[in-house]
Design a protein around this ligand. Structure first.
Ligand code: FAD
Length: 416
């Protein structure tokens, strides 16, 4: 079924009894051309682009839980392409362009909302750094705008300008950034891939890899063995655990990241704001809740729940720039497991094992990357060559020292 305004009216007249399931509940077959492990945003996007751009449809996406149950349904929904380094900016700008056409591409309302993002500036040195980043963005075809304090005050008059511990001196804006409804991205990609014949297999855990003469030729799962010409792994926070089944130790650590949402409030926050003197970012959902987050918990964990010290730190960040947030009641909070790489940038690469490919190390910024990650991984799987925009995301950069260290933090996964 194709979704459209006409279809909504037609179904309304028939009591909404004609809507079918968005995707089939496929049972695993014994063999596919390609198997994607992980039904998160990246795995599902990969399947969609394999089918729609490369005509490869004999594909299964194997998900141990349910579609949208991982980080793709747990994040704070922010999209942007405001990166500095050459290895990153073209990739994230491609992603933003794909977001701009996504709903037409997959015929699904993912609530892509380019409401803009502003990174607040608190010192003169930070203004210099953000100016440099804005120029790098413009050189790569993205949009960037440097705002002075007056402009920020006009757009966000209720921020703390007058007695703040970290005075607001301006901001770097990207007007094309914004938010996207996170779980709708998973559902939309799943439906689009399924519509082209991809099997989306839920409640099926990959428990091992099938190896023949040193090559990977399939996966062992909780529902039996599945053979495949190529296997692509995109399991985000579980990357270390899953690749260990192939005997690989990754330059990745898993950490928890928490998110918070308040009760619904009247519209106050038109775009996304990030605090420049601490780690705090906030937007307002279409239902009115303030959605915000901050740092990772800072120790290794596979638990999808967080701890109180970071809650305190995040709330302090919020109070520092918008004291009124202290009056809002917190409705919910949750955690997701992040695949933090050593330099803060991802990996989309073949492994040393024939037939086995890897996509991970997204740290806590992988939601905005979902379309480009799917496109680049599909390109790699289909052609055997890296996509132009993802050519730097190689395993061997950790051996050769060609780091993509956007934050300049060094080999410190907990700080990226
Ligand atoms: C609280 C929070 C806030 C965030 N905010 C943002 C943000 O604002 N902007 C942004 O860009 N990014 C953000 N992120 C990061 C982003 O959500 C992730 O980087 C991205 O979603 C990871 O890719 P994914 O969607 O494929 O992961 P997931 O949805 O986690 O998909 C991986 C899937 O693999 C499955 N899996 C694992 N092991 C196996 C196995 N053995 N067999 C089969 N399946 C398996 C898991 O069940 C899971 O469904 C945030 C993350 C969190 C947790």
């Amino acid at each position: 079924m194709r979704y459209s305004g006409f279809e909504v009216i037609k179904q309304a007249l028939r009591g909404h009894r004609g809507w079918g399931p968005a995707w089939r509940d496929a049972a695993p077959r014994s063999e596919y051309d390609m198997v994607i492990v992980g039904g998160g945003g990246h795995g599902l996007a990969t399947a969609h682009y394999l089918a729609s751009r490369y005509g490869i449809t004999n594909v299964a996406v194997i998900e141990k839980g349910w579609i949208g149950g991982g980080n793709v349904g747990r994040n704070t929904t922010i999209i942007r392409s405001n990166y500095l380094l050459d290895g990153n900016e073209p990739f994230y700008e491609m992603s933003l362009k794909l977001w701009e056409g996504l709903e037409q591409d997959i015929n699904y309302n993912a609530m892509v909302s380019q409401r803009g993002i502003v990174n607040l500036i608190h010192t003169d040195a930070q203004r210099d750094a953000f100016t440099r980043r804005g120029n790098a963005m413009i050189l790569n075809g993205a949009d960037a705008e440097l705002l002075d304090q007056g402009a920020i005050r006009r757009e966000y008059p209720w921020l703390n300008f007058d007695d703040a511990r970290f005075p607001i001196k301006g901001g770097l804006a990207q007007r094309r950034g914004g938010t996207v409804r996170h779980d709708a991205v998973a559902w939309g990609y799943a439906r689009a891939a399924d519509g082209r014949g991809v099997d989306i297999i839920q409640n099926c855990e990959v428990t091992g890899f099938v190896m023949d003469g040193g090559a990977c030729t399939g996966v062992e799962t909780s529902r039996g063995t599945i053979r495949a010409g190529k296997v692509g792994v995109a399991v985000a926070g579980n990357s270390g655990r899953v690749m260990a089944m192939a005997g690989m130790r990754l330059p990745i650590e898993s950490h928890v990241l928490q998110a918070f949402v308040t009760e619904g409030l009247k519209p106050i926050l038109p775009g996304v704001i990030t605090f420049g003197a601490g780690h705090f970012y906030v937007s307002q959902s279409d239902k009115g809740g303030l959605v915000f987050g901050g740092d990772i918990d800072g120790y290794n964990s596979y638990a999808q729940r967080g701890n109180l010290p970071v809650v305190e730190d995040v709330c302090e960040g919020g109070m520092a720039i918008m004291p009124m947030i202290g009056r809002a009641r917190l409705l919910r909070m949750w955690g997701g497991v992040m695949d933090m790489s050593m330099d803060g940038s991802p990996i989309i690469d073949r492994t040393h094992i024939d037939g086995l490919y890897f996509n991970g190390g997204w740290c806590y910024g992988g939601f905005k990357a979902t379309p480009a990650s799917g496109m680049a991984f599909a390109h790699l799987l289909a052609t055997g060559r890296p996509h132009d925009t993802a050519a730097a995301y190689r395993f061997d950069r950790f051996r050769t020292g060609r780091m993509i260290d956007e934050k300049g933090m060094g080999n410190q996964p907990n700080l990226h």
